[in-house]
Design a protein around this ligand. Sequence first.
Ligand code: PLP
Length: 337
Amino acid sequence: MHLSRFPRLHFAHLPTPLEPMPRLTELLGGPDLWIKRDDCTGLSTGGNKTRKLEFLMADAQQKKADTIITPGATQSNHTRQTTAAAAKLGFECHVLLEDRTGSEDHSYVYGANVLLNQLHGSTISKRPADTDMDAAMETLAQELRDDGKKPYIIPGGGSNEIGALGYVNAAIELMTQANDRSLRIDHLVHATSSAGTQAGLVLGMEGINSGIPVYGIGVHSPKAKQEEKVYNLAQITAEYMGLNPDIVQRDKVVVNGDYVGDGYGLPTDSMVEAVKLMAQYEGILLDPVYSGKGFAGLVDLIRKGRFKKGENVVFLHTGGSVALFGYPNTFDLPGYV
Ligand SMILES: *Cc1c(COP(=O)(O)O)cnc(C)c1O
């Protein structure tokens, strides 16, 4: 897997740490738990989109763009990392935020990631739920072109064949870390939504013959739809890399859709428990939208025996803890005593 053939910038803090989680391992009484800290990628409090942006922003530079357009949900971590990368590299940046939850909570609508988008100097505008965001971005791109700009559109979550290369690279990085410490990884588990993370990981893990199964926990779409999305992107990315798409067999793409709850961005009891467990047993902050639901799935599946004692399970922490400040009333905390 020869990633140096593709344009890339280097601004992520890599490799991210791979750490044991002894206290949670003991508490749950199942497999040995590890955490891959992609919440520590460096840019504007980090997260998984930074790996994708190393390839996407390099492509934007190569295409001589001067303006970035990208979409997200209101509390998008992707737009926050994109606006930071744009600031660092001197691009103008326009963010279109889709109101998927309908929340009117001030912290949710103006705080956390929204605040940081603006702090990084991007222009943000809002669109109602179920807007055709691709069409909305194309309309904005045309307006910007009419003004003499050269816009570059980054799709939702940075998930296309270029962004997914960031997670092909992450698969190779994790394998190297495991080999260096003689750690046999039996499962890699993470939250999946726009699919670039899982598509890149599956392609990378298959491409290097790691034998490590990747297990996605959905936070948006039902199982079948999410698996299709991941599989398609893995195929397209393989082709883009000049590989035979058969390198990723359909049965290697596995998503569990049981932990979405009432919908994207809407809290669940198991997410609240998972965020508290991680905060109180390992001192690590998850987020309410993605990694909290992803880890809630892992905790439940350990309790049900799906992941077993004697196995090594790595949870990929994809970031997003800033969004906790957009959900201040969700965690039922005691206040001052
Ligand atoms: C975007 C995001 C994900 C999901 O990654 P995809 O590549 O979109 O599937 C998971 N966790 C966090 C914190 C994210 O911001």
